[in-house]
Write a protein that binds this ligand. Structure first.
Ligand SMILES: Nc1ncnc2c1ncn2[C@@H]1O[C@H](COP(=O)(O)OP(=O)(O)OP(=O)(O)O)[C@@H](O)[C@H]1O
Length: 233
């Protein structure tokens, strides 16, 4: 069953389109990666789904509701969480206070951080009083994912979650994302540059080229020729 459906979407910055006629369907429960070289429009697509970029044409339907013109702050209440590139941790706030920012977007109107957050991310419990900016890149990424999870999302949109992160933590992030998908049924749409990580994590892929979807399929069938054509630099 489809959870997120973009039909003929053109979107960008002001009236200048970056995305042109994008069709994309993500089914409930799937883990999907969005691949493509730099500047092809992957971030713009995620930002359009969360409402940070204006849709010029086409529509976005989420869980049977047309959200094309719904303001960003309401989209988190629909259950859409966005974990941006660079994580956007507030460096001078503690880990606890960074997490509490996620409470504001909570669909369950949570008053306190649920224990399950620390079951997924035990490391955070040990560092609750530490300033967010003092965590390592990998720890900050885990904090950003945990904060996104606080809104009890149906889907998480992650923009390059492994960027600049050491391999052992990349592995941990892979396992945690799979657990979140399996145990909480959260659908994942992940922009990724590391093809091996994408293949390991996701069952399906979309490839973007110049603001359009150039290829899609199952990651098990992501051929070397597609990788050469659209992904290698
Ligand atoms: N704030 C902005 N104003 C105008 N154009 C922008 C803005 N941000 C990005 N763009 C343009 O939109 C296009 C797509 O950028 P986008 O960041 O979506 O690509 P991407 O595939 O996510 O690339 P990367 O892997 O480098 O993050 C690029 O040509 C970029 O220059």
């Amino acid at each position: 069953m489809s959870l997120l459906k973009l039909t003929n979407v053109s979107a960008g910055y002001g009236q200048t389109p970056v995305l042109t006629n994008v069709d994309m369907t993500i089914d409930k429960g799937d883990i999907v990666c969005l691949l493509g070289r730099n500047g092809m429009g992957k971030t713009t697509l995620l930002r359009s789904v969360i409402g940070l970029n204006k849709v010029i044409k086409g529509d976005i339907v989420f869980d049977a509701d047309d959200i094309t013109n719904v303001p960003t702050y309401k989209r988190s209440r629909y259950g859409i969480a966005f974990i941006p590139q660079g994580r956007e941790i507030i460096p001078y706030l503690s880990v606890l206070d960074n997490l509490k920012l996620g409470l504001a977007a909570s669909r369950k109107k949570l008053k306190k951080i649920p224990d399950e957050i620390f079951e997924f991310f035990p490391m955070l419990k040990q560092h609750l009083k530490r300033q967010g900016g003092l965590l390592s890149g990998g720890q900050q990424q885990q904090l950003a994912i945990a904060r996104g999870l606080m809104c009890n999302p149906q889907i998480m949109l992650l923009d390059e979650p492994t960027e600049g992160i050491q391999p052992s933590i990349v592995q941990e992030i892979d396992e945690t994302l799979k657990r979140i998908n399996r145990e909480k049924g959260v659908t994942l749409l992940v922009v990724e540059q590391k093809i091996d990580f994408a293949k390991q994590l996701a069952q399906k892929f979309f490839i973007m080229e110049k603001g359009a979807i150039a290829a899609k399929g199952k990651t098990a069938e992501l051929t070397d020729s597609l990788v050469r054509q659209y992904l290698t630099v």
